[in-house]
Design a protein around this ligand. Structure first.
Ligand code: ARG
Ligand code: ZN
Length: 846
C-alpha cells in the first residue's frame, strides 16, 4: 500500500505518560505497557503493532477482547464509543528478540539486547501510535540479569536485575531505546554552558575499552561545538553511546542513548583508517546534533524526514569543516553527492528531498533526503547570509521546541526571520531531479555577458520542472591568473537569464559555481587551457579542484570512446606536483582520477552509451601515462610523505598519508607492486596497510599479504570487513566475480551481519567493470545474494538493490541481463515490502 503525504491527519489523542516494563529473555521477552491517553479530537483509537504475541489488552483495567486484533492486521482499532475522555490503555505482549534477524525493534547482537526503532520499529515491541507526531514522556523499567541496563533519559534507580529510567522530554516512539548486556564503559564528563555536569559513557564489549577513546573525544568536541556555533545545550544528566556489531545503518540518535554500528565507534591506529576516524567524528557529531534537530524538534510525519536529516547532515558537515580542513571537506562532500545523489536523481529511484508518497519509509533514507537535503540548506544559507541563517535558526528553536514539524514550518522561519519570499525556493524540496545549468558567454569591448539557462529532465511522476532559484557563486580570473572579480553570488530565478560584467581589460575565465553553490550539473564551453588556468590560479579551492577534475574527466571520456585524451591533464599535473608539499590534501584530491562510475555517468549524461570495459582500460592507460611522465616527482613525493613520529588521526597526518597513497597508486603501475609490498610490511597504521593491500591486489601480488592480514586480524570483525571489501573492489574486473564467489563460500563470511554483507557484496557492486560484466555474472551474483538475504533482513536487502538503479544507461545486452535478474528477485515468494518496492520502481524506470 502506498502512503501519501496528502492523507496525513492529526492523531485524535495525546499521550500524557508512557510506562513500559520489560522482562528480558532471548526468546520470550515480556513487555507490559501503560499508556495514559487524553482525547484531542474525534475518532477511534488506532494503535500499530507487528509480530506481537498479545497476552492482554485493557482500558482502565477492563479487559478488551483479543479478537479486536485481526490475524494479518498490524493495527488495533478501539472504537471511539468505548473510550472516555481520558483513560489508561495497558497491554502485555511477548516478543522474540533472538528470532529478530531484521534488526528492527528489540533484537540480539552478539549476546547483547538492543533496539532500533526508527522509522517504524517500535510497533515490533508493543502496541502504540507509532508515528512521530505522537510524543510522550517515557518511564522504562528493565528486569534482566544482564549487568548493564540502559534506556532513555536519566536513571531513576539501578539495582541488580532491575533498572528504572525516566525521560522527562516528550518524544515519539522512534526515539525509544533499550540496551541490556555485558558491557564496559569508558567514561568522562562535560559541563554545559549553563553549568550542568553531564556524565558521558561509551559502552562497548569487554576488551574493546581501549578502542573507544576517539569516540569519546569526538563527543566532547561535538557538545562544545553545538554550544558555540548554534547555542544548543545538552538537556539530561547522562549521555550514553552503545556500540553494537549488528546494525542496519550507521547510528541512531535515541534520546540520551545513541546506538552505533561498532564500526563508527571503535578505532585504533592499527585497526582503523584515516577515513574511519573522520567518519567516527562526523557521525558522533551527527547523532549528538540530532538532540536538537530531530529530538527536541522532530518530524510531523516521515515525509518530512529531511527536516531533521538534511539539517543534521548540514550541521555535521559544518562541524567537520571546523575540526579539519573546510576546503577538503567541501570537495569530498561534493564528490559523494555527485557519486550517490546525482546518480539517484538521474534514475528510476529519483524522488524529491521531501517525497509525497512511499510504500516503505525505510527505502527513503537516501542520499537525496540526507545529502541533497543538506545542500538545500547550504543554498538557503548562502541566499540569506550568515546572519539571516543564524536568526532563522534561533527562531526555529524558539518557536518549535517540543513540536513535530514540517518543511513548511522550516521555510516559514526563514521567511519570518529574513523577510524573504521563499515560495520559489521551496521547489528544491518538492521537485526531484538535478537541474542542468548551461552557460554561454559573449565578450565585447571589456564587457562579459554570461547567458545562463536551466533545465531539469523529467523524473518518475514529475514531468514538468519549473525554474528554480539557483544561487550561482562565481569569480573571474584574468588571463595572467589574477582574480579580477572576487566571489559574487548571482541569483538565477528564470529559465534563462543573463548577467553582465563591465570594465574588464582582457577576457577573463569564469570560475563558476564556487564552493559548489548549488547542486546542479554544469554544461559550458571551456577549453583545456582555460581549465588549466583555473587549476593553477583559482582562489576558490573547490573550483580549482573541479577545474582539474573536469580536465581529467574530459580526457578519460575521450579515451574511453576511442580518441586520444588526457594529455592536458597530464601536463597540468606538473604544477600540482610542484606545489604538493605545501598542501598535500589538495594535491591528493587532484591526483585521484575520476572513478569509472563517474566516467560512465558523464558519458550517459552526454547522450552516449558507456562501455565499462573501455572505461576501465582508459583509466588504467591514463594512470600509466601519468606515472611514466611524472615518475621522479611521484617517487620523491612518496618518500617525502613517509610517516614520521606517532600516528595521529588528524587532518594534517591524514593529508600526508592520502598524498602518499595517491602517489603509490601511480608508482605501482611501474614497479609491479614493489613499493606496495614494502609499505605493507613496514606500515604501522591501518591507513597505509589497507592502501598498500589495495595496490597489491590491483597488481596481482596479493597472496602473501592477504594471508598475513587474515592471520593477524582474523579475530577482529571490523578489520576483516576491510579484507572482505578490498578484494572484490580491487581485483581486475575479469576475475572479480569468481573471486567474490569464493570469498562468499568461506565460513567467516557471516552474511547475516550487515557490515560483512555490505563489505563483500557491496565491494563487488562498487567495482564498476566487474559488476557490469557483459555476461551478466555480476548481476546474477548480486540477485542470488539479495534473494538469500531478503527473508532475513529486508532493510539491508532493499538498500542494496540500488546497485541496479543505473542499468538503463548501458547497452541492450546488459540491460536485458540486469532486468532478468530483477525479475527473478521480484518473483521470489514472500518477497519483503522493502525489496518489492525497490525492484518495482527500478523495473518501471526510464
Ligand atoms: N536517524 C538515523 C540517522 O540518520 C538513521 C536511522 C535510520 N534507520 C533506519 N532503519 N531507517 O542518524
Ligand atoms: Zn541522522
Amino acid at each position: 500500500v502506498t502512503q501519501y503525504l496528502a492523507d496525513w491527519r492529526p492523531y485524535p489523542f495525546e499521550i500524557t505518560q508512557t510506562r513500559l516494563e520489560f522482562d528480558i529473555a532471548p526468546r520470550a521477552t515480556r513487555v507490559r505497557s501503560q499508556i495514559d491517553f487524553r482525547r484531542f479530537g474525534a475518532g477511534d483509537l488506532v494503535l500499530d503493532g507487528a509480530g506481537l504475541r498479545t497476552l492482554s489488552l485493557t482500558i482502565d483495567g477492563r479487559a478488551l477482547p483479543l479478537d479486536l486484533i485481526r490475524e494479518d492486521d498490524e493495527r488495533l482499532v478501539i472504537p471511539a464509543a468505548d473510550l472516555p475522555a481520558s483513560f489508561t490503555f495497558a497491554a502485555e505482549v511477548e516478543i522474540n528478540p533472538e528470532a529478530n534477524t531484521a534488526l528492527e525493534g528489540l533484537y540480539l547482537s552478539g549476546g547483547m539486547f538492543c533496539t532500533q526503532c526508527e522509522a517504524e520499529g517500535f510497533r515490533h515491541i508493543t502496541w502504540y501510535p507509532d508515528r512521530p507526531d505522537v510524543m510522550a514522556p517515557f518511564q522504562v523499567t528493565i528486569n534482566s540479569d544482564m549487568p548493564v541496563l540502559l534506556s532513555n533519559g536519566n536513571p531513576v534507580s539501578q539495582a541488580p536485575g532491575r533498572a528504572v529510567w525516566q525521560d522527562p522530554w516528550k518524544k515519539p516512539a522512534y526515539l525509544f531505546a533499550l540496551v541490556a548486556g555485558d558491557l564496559r564503559a569508558i567514561s568522562d564528563s562535560f559541563t554545559t554552558m549553563s553549568g550542568r555536569k553531564v556524565a558521558l559513557n561509551v559502552w562497548v564489549r569487554p576488551g574493546d575499552e581501549g578502542r573507544a577513546g576517539y569516540a569519546m573525544e569526538s563527543l566532547i568536541r561535538s557538545m562544545k561545538w553545538d554550544e558555540e556555533v548554534y547555542g544548543r545545550e545538552y538537556d539530561l544528566d547522562v549521555f550514553n553511546i552503545v556500540a553494537v556489531d549488528d546494525f542496519n545503518m550507521g547510528a541512531m540518535e535515541n534520546k540520551g542513548l545513541n546506538i552505533f554500528n561498532s564500526k563508527l565507534v571503535l578505532a585504533t591506529a592499527e585497526t582503523a583508517t584515516d577515513d574511519d576516524y573522520e567518519r567516527i567524528e562526523a557521525v558522533i557529531g551527527h547523532e549528538y546534533f540530532h538532540n536538537w534537530t530531530g529530538n527536541r524538534i522532530t518530524c510531523r510525519d516521515w515525509f518530512q524526514l529531511c527536516l531533521k536529516e538534511g539539517l543534521t547532515v548540514f550541521r555535521d558537515q559544518q562541524f567537520t569543516s571546523d575540526m579539519r580542513s573546510a576546503a577538503v571537506k567541501r570537495i569530498r562532500d561534493v564528490q559523494t553527492l555527485r557519486a550517490r545523489q546525482f546518480r539517484e536523481d538521474a534514475g528510476p529511484l529519483a524522488h524529491p528531498p521531501r517525497p509525497d508518497h512511499y510504500q516503505e519509509i525505510n527505502n527513503f533514507y537516501t542520499a537525496t533526503v540526507y545529502e541533497k537535503g543538506a545542500e538545500v540548506i547550504g543554498m538557503l544559507k548562502r541566499l540569506v547570509g550568515d546572519e539571516g541563517y543564524r536568526a532563522a535558526l534561533d527562531l526555529y528553536f524558539d518557536r518549535h521546541d517540543g513540536q513535530a514539524c514540517t518543511i513548511e514550518d522550516w521555510i516559514a522561519v526563514f521567511q519570518d526571520a529574513t523577510g524573504r519570499d521563499l515560495t520559489q525556493f521551496k521547489r528544491w524540496y518538492t521537485d526531484a531531479g538535478t537541474p542542468r545549468l548551461t552557460l554561454s558567454e559573449d565578450w565585447a569591448e571589456g564587457r562579459l555577458t554570461l547567458n545562463f539557462s536551466q533545465d531539469t529532465a523529467p523524473t518518475p511522476g514529475q514531468a514538468d520542472k519549473p525554474a528554480r532559484v539557483i544561487p550561482i557563486a562565481l569569480g573571474l580570473i584574468g588571463p595572467n591568473g589574477d582574480e579580477v572579480l572576487p566571489t559574487t553570488v548571482l541569483e538565477m530565478t528564470e529559465p534563462s537569464q543573463s548577467f553582465s560584467f563591465d570594465g574588464l581589460g582582457a577576457r577573463p575565465v569564469v570560475s563558476l559555481l564556487r564552493g559548489f553553490s548549488a547542486p546542479v550539473t554544469v554544461s559550458r564551453e571551456i577549453c583545456a587551457t582555460e581549465q588549466a588556468l583555473l587549476l593553477a590560479h583559482d582562489t576558490d579551492p573547490y573550483a580549482r579542484w573541479q577545474a582539474g577534475h573536469d580536465l581529467a574527466l574530459d580526457g578519460l571520456i575521450a579515451r574511453a570512446t576511442g580518441h586520444d585524451g588526457g594529455e592536458e591533464f597530464n601536463r597540468a599535473l606538473a604544477g600540482v606536483l610542484t606545489d604538493a608539499t605545501a598542501d598535500p590534501a589538495f594535491a591528493a584530491l587532484c591526483l585521484v582520477l575520476p572513478g569509472e562510475e563517474e566516467i560512465a555517468t558523464t558519458i550517459a549524461a552526454r547522450g552516449a552509451i558507456p562501455d565499462p570495459d573501455a572505461i576501465h582500460a582508459a583509466r588504467r592507460a591514463l594512470m600509466l601515462d601519468i606515472a611514466t611522465t611524472h615518475e621522479r616527482a611521484l617517487a620523491r613525493l612518496y618518500d617525502a610523505m613517509t610517516q614520521t613520529g606517532d600516528y595521529r588521526p588528524d587532518a594534517e597526518g591524514a593529508a600526508r598519508r592520502s598524498l602518499r597513497l595517491a602517489c603509490l597508486a601511480y608508482l605501482s603501475r611501474l614497479d609491479g607492486g614493489a613499493r606496495a609490498e614494502a609499505l605493507y610490511k613496514s606500515a604501522t597504521n591501518m591507513t597505509e596497510r589497507q592502501g598498500a593491500l589495495e595496490q597489491l591486489i590491483a597488481t596481482g601480488r596479493d597472496k602473501d599479504a592477504l594471508a598475513d592480514f587474515a592471520a593477524e586480524f582474523g579475530g577482529n570483525r571490523l578489520v576483516m570487513d576491510k579484507w572482505f571489501m578490498v578484494q572484490p573492489l580491487r581485483t581486475a574486473p575479469g576475475n572479480a566475480v569468481a573471486r567474490t564467489r569464493e570469498l562468499a563460500a568461506r565460513p567467516d563470511f557471516d552474511w547475516k551481519n550487515p557490515n560483512r554483507f555490505r563489505a563483500l557484496i557491496g565491494g563487488l557492486t562498487a567495482n564498476h567493470a566487474a559488476f557490469h560484466a557483459a555476461d551478466g555474472s555480476g548481476y546474477d551474483f548480486l540477485a542470488e545474494w539479495l534473494m538469500r538475504l531478503d527473508p532475513v533482513n529486508p532493510q539491508t536487502t532493499a538498500r542494496m538493490c540500488s546497485a541496479f538503479e543505473t542499468i538503463s544507461r548501458y547497452d541492450s545486452g546488459r540491460q536485458a541481463l540486469a532486468r532478468a535478474a530483477l525479475v527473478r528477485i521480484a518473483a521470489l515468494p514472500g518477497l519483503s515490502r522493502n525489496t518489492a518496492e525497490m525492484v518495482t520502481r527500478i523495473l518501471a524506470g526510464p
